[in-house]
Design a protein around this ligand. Structure first.
Ligand code: HPA
Length: 290
C-alpha cells in the first residue's frame, strides 16, 4: 500500500479519471478534517467521487473521515472539496498523503483551504474555538519526512521552494475581517504537525509550547508544503477540538471521541465562516472584493 514516490504520470491518471467524471472546472480546493466534513453537504450541483475510485488515491481508514471528492458550487465558487483526508500515521507515504494537492494543482486550482482538528497548546485557547493558522512548524519534515523528498519534477515546482509565506497574507486578512464582521472569535497561531497516531505526553506538550506551537495535530502541514510548492495559495483553519494536556497529574485524557464531538459542535461556526470567506474570495492577484 505504501508507495514512497508518486510520479507525475500517477497524478495525470488521477486527474484523467476525475475529469472523466465531471465537466466542472474547480478553482478552489478545500480539505475538511476530522469531524468537519458536514460542509460538503452545502455544495450544490455536487458530483461525488469516492476516493477509492480514483487511481493512486489514498483511501482513509479512520472514523470521521468520509472519503470522497465533492465537486460543485459553493458561495459562487467552483469548488473541489475533499471530504476527509488520509494521514501519514495510516501507513501512507508523505507523497501519497499529498497526492490530492497534486491533483488540485494539475486541475488548475489556485487556492486551497485546509481545515483540521487540533489540540490547543496556547494556554489562552479553549476547546471549541477556531484558530487561523498563520505559520507552521514542520517537525516531521525536519526529521526527514518531507513530502518534497525524492526526485523533484520541475513541472510541479522548485527543488528548494521558499516556505517564508506559506499561509497567504491576503487570505489571512480576509479570514480575520470576515470573522470580525460575523462576530466569530478567531484565534491566530502556529500549527505544529506531528506524525501521530498517539496523542502527546504532557512533556511533549510543554516542549511544543516552548518551541513556539499554539496548536498540534497530525495533518495539514504536508498538504500546505506541497500546495505552496505547486504555487497554490493556502488558507488554514484549525478547530481547537481539545486542550492538550501538559500536566502528568491531570485527570483529563485526550480521546478521538472528544475530537469528533467538539468537531460537531464547531461545524456550524466553521461552516458560516468558510462560506463567508468563499463568497469574498479574491481571484489570484486581485484585491478582496474586486
Ligand atoms: N494532539 C494531536 N492531534 C490532535 C489533537 C491533539 O491533542 N486533537 C486533535 N488532533
Amino acid at each position: 500500500m505504501n508507495k514512497e514516490f508518486v510520479t507525475s504520470e500517477d497524478v495525470a491518471q488521477a486527474v484523467a479519471y476525475v475529469r472523466s467524471q465531471t465537466r466542472q472546472q474547480p478553482q478552489v480546493g478545500m480539505v475538511l478534517g476530522s469531524g468537519l466534513s458536514g460542509l460538503a453537504s452545502a455544495v450544490t450541483d455536487a458530483e461525488r467521487i469516492a476516493f477509492g475510485r480514483i487511481p493512486h488515491f489514498p483511501v482513509s481508514t479512520v472514523e470521521g473521515h468520509d472519503g470522497a471528492l465533492v465537486i460543485g458550487r459553493l458561495q459562487g465558487q467552483d469548488v473541489l472539496v475533499m471530504q476527509g483526508r488520509v494521514h501519514f500515521y495510516e501507513g501512507y507515504s508523505m507523497q501519497q498523503v499529498t497526492l490530492p494537492m497534486r491533483l488540485m494543482q494539475r486541475m488548475g486550482i489556485h487556492t486551497v483551504i485546509l481545515t483540521n482538528a487540533a489540540g490547543g497548546i496556547n494556554p489562552a485557547f479553549h476547546a471549541g474555538e477556531l484558530m487561523l493558522i498563520n505559520d507552521h512548524i514542520n517537525l516531521i519534515g525536519m526529521a526527514g519526512q518531507n513530502p518534497l523528498r525524492g526526485p523533484n519534477d520541475p513541472s510541479f515546482g522548485l527543488r528548494f521552494p521558499s516556505m517564508t509565506r506559506v499561509y497567504d497574507a491576503q487570505l489571512r486578512a480576509l479570514a480575520l475581517a470576515t470573522a470580525a464582521r460575523l462576530q466569530i472569535p478567531l484565534r491566530q497561531g502556529v500549527y505544529m504537525c506531528l506524525a501521530g497516531p498517539c496523542f502527546e505526553t504532557p512533556a511533549d506538550i510543554r516542549f511544543l509550547r516552548t518551541i513556539g506551537a499554539d496548536a498540534v495535530g497530525m495533518s495539514t502541514v504536508p498538504e500546505a508544503v506541497v500546495a505552496r510548492h505547486g504555487g497554490m495559495r493556502v488558507l488554514g483553519i484549525s478547530t481547537i477540538s481539545n486542550m492538550a494536556i501538559d500536566d502528568i497529574d491531570s485527570e483529563a485524557e485526550t480521546t478521538h471521541q472528544e475530537v469528533l464531538e467538539t468537531g460537531k459542535l464547531v461545524v456550524p461556526r466553521l461552516t458560516t465562516l468558510l462560506q463567508a470567506i468563499l463568497a469574498d474570495l479574491p481571484a489570484p492577484g486581485k484585491p478582496a472584493g474586486a
